[in-house]
Design a protein around this ligand. Structure first.
Ligand SMILES: Cc1cc2nc3c(=O)[nH]c(=O)nc-3n(C[C@H](O)[C@H](O)[C@H](O)COP(=O)(O)OP(=O)(O)OC[C@H]3O[C@@H](n4cnc5c(N)ncnc54)[C@H](O)[C@@H]3O)c2cc1C
Length: 302
């Protein structure tokens, strides 16, 4: 059967493409949509260096999907940011350097195409990752018992976007707390991110797994609870995506498993029923990761 007749016989729309649900996305689409987002971001750019790490605030530009699909020019963005940075705007300087990271990862992929399937740093090919299907499922389904990780994964699953700070947190959690190979997480992101980009995604995952070119040192392991306390202190982001924790007081929302029975009863939360117990204990998982990397003969001095 010829290709056209397959398309036409399926009764889909013109040119053989199924109708999209783009209008249902809470995302302004096309070049006009990109300019709308840019205009929305410009007055906020001066504050970017402070607000960019707080997922509960509208601190970033949300332009990644447009950069990914070419509906905005990176040169236009870089020129705008450079002009502001030259006038001493710290936020613009920080934003410009994020745009530069994007180019940096393109450059890495171009010159080191092996990173697509292997660690940038050869010595990390020997890392023995765990085969842990139950933990993997918990991560994918946002039920790890660590609210920041679960909220982030729900943001991804519901919107096709995840805030940068949270991408770092969940990638670190998968590789350093659950001991699972970064390539599994990289693939999952590829399937779910609207802004999925091979170079940036690979760079981000290798950074978090400590196998990349400018990576997070392997002995620096994010604590998902302190990351939550630091970057979402009032739990605004947590409550949006994990509403079952809405009544938990701010001081406990980052790790409800530490609450005593009276505190749990006071806010009507049943751990293991309404919200899961943690799938791993962070301190133990951290010790395992340190062992995993030190077996390669690496010392914590670098
Ligand atoms: C594990 C992991 C996976 C990632 N996967 C992707 C991906 O598939 N596609 C993608 O575009 N970005 C990826 N990033 C980078 C970053 O998280 C997103 O670019 C950013 O969250 C997009 O939101 P924004 O447009 O509001 O960013 P802003 O903070 O407004 O930044 C502006 C632009 O700079 C670029 N940028 C910002 N931070 C980075 C970064 N760390 N690395 C490379 N470029 C950056 C993006 O093009 C972004 O749109 C990943 C980061 C990590 C840690």
């Amino acid at each position: 059967m010829r290709l056209e007749s397959v398309y036409w016989s399926r009764g889909d729309s013109d040119l053989g493409f199924a109708r999209t649900n783009l209008r249902e996305l809470p995302l302004p689409t096309g070049m006009r949509g990109a300019q709308w987002l840019l205009q929305d971001f410009l007055p906020r750019m001066a504050d970017y260096h402070v607000a960019r790490d707080q997922p509960g605030r509208r601190g970033v530009s949300y332009l990644s999907v447009h950069l990914r699909f070419g509906t905005v020019s990176v040169r236009q963005l870089a020129a705008l940011a450079a002009r502001q940075a030259a006038r001493g705007c710290e936020g613009a300087q920080a934003w410009l350097s994020e745009l530069a990271w994007r180019d940096f990862y393109f450059m890495i992929l171009w010159h080191h195409p092996q990173v697509v399937s292997r660690p940038f740093r050869r010595e990390y090919e020997a890392v023995q990752w765990d085969d842990a299907p139950g933990l993997w499922q918990a991560w994918c389904e946002a039920r790890t018992g660590y609210p920041l990780v679960d909220a982030a994964m729900r943001q991804l699953l519901r919107t096709g976007y995840m805030h940068n700070r949270l991408r770092m947190v969940v990638a670190s959690f998968l590789t350093k707390d659950l001991g699972i190979d970064w390539r599994q997480g990289e693939r999952f992101f590829a399937q779910h991110l609207n802004d999925y980009d091979l170079a940036a995604n690979n760079g981000g995952w290798q950074w978090a797994a400590s196998t990349g070119c400018d990576d997070q040192p392997w002995f620096r392991i994010f604590n998902p609870v302190t990351q939550s306390q630091r970057f979402d202190p009032q739990g605004r982001f947590l409550r949006r995506y994990v509403p079952e924790l809405a009544a938990v007081p701010d001081r406990h929302i980052h790790f409800p498993a530490a609450m005593g029975p009276a505190a749990l009863a006071a806010c009507g939360l049943r751990l293991g029923v309404d919200y899961p117990w943690p799938v791993v204990e962070h301190a133990r998982a951290r010790a395992r990761t340190l062992r995993r990397f030190s077996l390669l003969g690496q010392s914590a001095d670098g």
